[in-house]
Design a protein around this ligand. Structure first.
Ligand SMILES: [Zn+2]
Length: 168
């Protein structure tokens, strides 16, 4: 989000040069620069000991492609805690081990997504109301069930490549 008006007082912003950042919207009444803002979210590849990944159907996102667990971080929350929270909320699973993989800017939604691999024990899901269905899918079969080129697809493909390197 690029600020035309100050979100604190409503004054129209002016462009001001802020060090190496270049021209940044500035509120002359609050005397502060207003850097572009974006939401940060987490996306998690939830994988069990049989090398299966939990894929979800969320009809409000798509009725055709599966998705991975994802959600927006809360202010003051650690990304690791947000990942564990979302996995518990959406699937009812506790994380055994969590590892950061890489980040994905999602420009269409003005969002930065932090990608994690979460290892869990295989068990039945306890789905939240936001999830219409979930299933365990062999990791190698997962890319074709995800939207090609999407962030979940990129995350899963990267984890598959890493797994292959680990075994080779
Ligand atoms: Zn202001």
């Amino acid at each position: 989000m690029h600020f035309i008006y100050c979100p604190h007082c409503g004054t129209k912003t002016v462009e001001r040069r802020i060090g190496d950042e270049g021209l940044i919207p500035y509120c002359e009444s609050c005397k502060m620069p207003l850097f572009d803002m974006f939401a940060t979210s987490v996306i998690c590849a939830v994988i069990n000991e049989e090398n299966e990944i939990a894929l979800l159907l969320q009809n409000y996102v798509s009725t055709e492609s599966h998705v991975c667990v994802a959600g927006i971080m809360k202010p003051g929350e650690r990304a690791e805690d947000a990942a564990a929270r979302e996995i518990y909320e959406e699937l009812g699973l506790s994380v055994q081990e969590l590892r950061y993989v890489e980040s994905y800017p999602y420009e269409k939604k003005g969002m930065l997504m932090l990608g994690f691999r979460a290892d869990v024990r295989k068990q039945d899901f306890v789905l939240s109301g936001e999830v219409d269905a979930a299933e365990w899918v062999l990791l190698s079969d997962a890319p074709k069930m995800l939207r090609k080129g999407g962030i979940a697809w990129q995350l899963v493909r990267r984890i598959i490549r890493e797994t292959e390197r680990g075994n080779g």
